[in-house]
Design a protein around this ligand. Sequence first.
Ligand SMILES: CC(=O)SCCNC(=O)CCNC(=O)[C@H](O)C(C)(C)COP(=O)(O)OP(=O)(O)OC[C@H]1O[C@@H](n2cnc3c(N)ncnc32)[C@H](O)[C@@H]1OP(=O)(O)O
Ligand SMILES: N[C@@H](CCO)C(=O)O
Length: 397
Amino acid sequence: MDRSVSSSVEEGPVYTHQTMRLEEGMALECGAHLAPLEVAYCTYGTLSASRDNAILVCHALTGDQYLAEPNPLTGKPGWWSRMVGPGLPIDTDRFFVICPNVLGGCMGSTGPRSLCTETGKAWDGEFPPITMHDIVASQVRLVDYLGIERLFAVVGGSMGGMQALTWVADHPERVFAALPIATSPFHSAQNIAFNEVSRQAIFADPHWHDGHYRDFGAIPARGLGVARMMAHITYLSEEALSRKFGRRVRKEAATAIPAASSPSLFGEMFEVESYLRHQGSTFVRRFDANSYLTITRAMDYFDLAAEHDGDLSAPFGKCETRFCVVSFSSDWLFPTSQSRLLVRALNKAGANVSFVEIESDRGHDAFLLDEPDLDRTVRGFLNGAAEHAGLTREEAL
Ligand SMILES: CC(=O)SCCNC(=O)CCNC(=O)[C@H](O)C(C)(C)COP(=O)(O)OP(=O)(O)OC[C@H]1O[C@@H](n2cnc3c(N)ncnc32)[C@H](O)[C@@H]1OP(=O)(O)O
Ligand SMILES: N[C@@H](CCO)C(=O)O
């Protein structure tokens, strides 16, 4: 195994993550074998001598390993830098935090842009289908490699929460505490439907080339941008959009209806349109279309109960993991009802579970925003679990 700190300085951003490379690779659920396997990751804090203070933070659909430090690609702060750091709810003075880029991603872990050793070319559109179990299996390799037997906690929002649940389902003895946030034990028909619209937008782009766009020196930017615009609406709420933009129109125009003298229907733009275009175009600069397809499909496949004849409590039957399930009242993508379903199943399984629905009108992406109730919940749960685990502050320092 090779542990390298990437530092590409020829051009573009300088990455500060580390990479685990496993030459023998790993088998996927679909039967394909990926070799080598690379997992790019960042860490924060210090692993205790007894290696018992590690928290794995799993990112969502388009997140990455740059959790609490500036993202070299975008120049923006890490996506949870308000949550993870010294003295913050996930306190790096106390915990050792690991954040890997998911399998199938485009920030350094094995994914469609990686080289397929059989063909000597990048996988691109031929990358095999992966599941949440595969994503977790790649993280298990990383955790093994770091010499950690049991994770103190696995934490994640949205698809990160799906990974947290999969960790407990697949390796109950290796997770002391789990904090699934704004997530669900299955991807709903509505969410699969949204993903499908996103995917069709990509397929409809003339630069798509059946996933081999890089051979043509192109990217399906329009399709990927539209995919993100549509998906981004689902991450917000009507209240959030109204508050941010209302019906405001860009520039001086008082109305969005073009004046008689204006020949164009689209001479002016609502602020919300401008915002979505911005979200679409910035996304295209940081994300790969094949990764988007691969990961959205992995989310669609996710259904823990279906793997157990419809019994959602079954995967948690043997676990001693402590859970804190968190939802947001205005999240219509991963609604509270789905968290309740999970909590009921965990109770049926006899698991130790607490549940918090946080009042917020900011929709699904509330978990990424400044939500003091979320901070209090995360801090309280982790510190309480640390006491039960016998994890002392001194030990972790
Ligand atoms: C979950 C993970 O694991 S990581 C992945 C998470 N990251 C993302 O999803 C990135 C894209 N998502 C977002 O930006 C999300 O809205 C959030 C939740 C992360 C941030 O939310 P907020 O802080 O409320 O930012 P907001 O949604 O207002 O967007 C701000 C951006 O829109 C731009 N913007 C705001 N209004 C307008 C407008 N009328 N026209 C054009 N652009 C606009 C801002 O300039 C800013 O641009 P920048 O991000 O390039 O600096
Ligand atoms: N906006 C976040 C959460 C989506 O679930 C992302 O793009 O990953």
